[in-house]
Design a protein around this ligand. Structure first.
Ligand SMILES: O=C(O)CCC(=O)C(=O)O
Length: 266
């Protein structure tokens, strides 16, 4: 399971990175599984039905590091929204536009988790996924961010084989141009929660100063003023995830939600 520091990092950055957690034997197997084609999964299928016991996907999501992180974020018994293998072809000459995988999604008290799995090393030139840390709560309509080419602090993923990313559904991302000689594979599974996402992780460090500091973090692409809205939005997510309606950073949400009840003058 994750601790509060790791969940706060997810809430702030919009993703968690688990490097090399899938064993080499499964990474080798993955390419054959992808070549054979994945079974179709209707939207909202319970995970055990979507991925039967023994299947590659079931073994992937039940690896201890992956299962613990998933349960901490999306809870037990999520349903499978969809899954897909994304490829970036060698020397393909273009990149995918920056986007979020949804129309505008206004939820603060729930989120989907997207798992991205890379079965082979991803080098700098191989079209690793571009991620914009801290973008997931800036509500956007799917590919309307596609006109942005480069944002300060963006990450173009390079990682060892067997790496898994867990992302908030709202994060701005895109497959980069693959300038290498090899196909780049990434297997994505989107999971929907079926329980309230409240304190699903190990919470013993909940009151650590490091958790609050993480939630107050700014990213280099944030504007001086509008960047504060990201922290405000994070506070709202953290309040929902912890069930603590008093949590705040610099009094921001407390101040603007203050509605004193009128007192009798008598
Ligand atoms: O290929 C990639 O790295 C990202 C693709 C993706 O996540 C998407 O098309 O939504």
């Amino acid at each position: 399971m994750l601790n509060s520091g790791q969940v706060a990092r997810f809430v702030t950055h919009g993703f968690l990175r688990l490097d090399g957690v899938v064993p080499p034997t499964m990474n080798e197997e993955a390419l054959g599984v992808f070549a054979a084609g994945l079974p179709a999964v209707p939207y909202g299928t319970p995970l055990p039905e979507a991925f039967p016991h023994g299947s590659f996907a079931r073994r992937l999501v039940t690896l201890p590091a992956v299962a613990g992180a998933l349960e901490s974020l999306v809870g037990p018994e999520p349903t499978v929204d969809h899954h897909f293998v994304h490829t970036r072809q060698p020397h393909e000459g273009s990149a995918q536009a920056l986007h979020a995988d949804a129309v505008i999604d206004l939820r603060f008290d729930a989120f989907d988790v997207q798992l991205m799995y890379y079965p082979h090393d991803v080098t700098e030139d191989m079209g690793g996924t571009l991620l914009v840390p801290g973008s997931h709560l800036r509500r956007t309509n799917e590919s309307d961010t596609g006109r942005y080419q480069n944002l300060l602090g963006q990450i173009r993923l390079a990682c060892p084989a067997g790496t898994v990313l867990l992302l908030h559904h709202g994060i701005w991302h895109g497959g980069r141009r693959n300038d290498s000689d090899a196909v780049r594979y990434m297997y994505k599974i989107r999971l929907n929660p079926t329980v309230p996402q409240i304190r699903l992780w190990h919470t013993t460090d909940l009151d650590d100063a490091a958790v609050r500091e993480e939630l107050a973090r700014r990213f280099p692409w944030y504007e001086e003023a509008a960047g504060r809205l990201e922290i405000h939005n994070r506070i709202r997510v953290w309040r929902a995830l912890t069930g603590d309606p008093t949590f705040d950073v610099d009094h921001w949400v407390t101040r603007i939600t203050n509605r004193p009840a009128q007192r009798s003058r008598a």
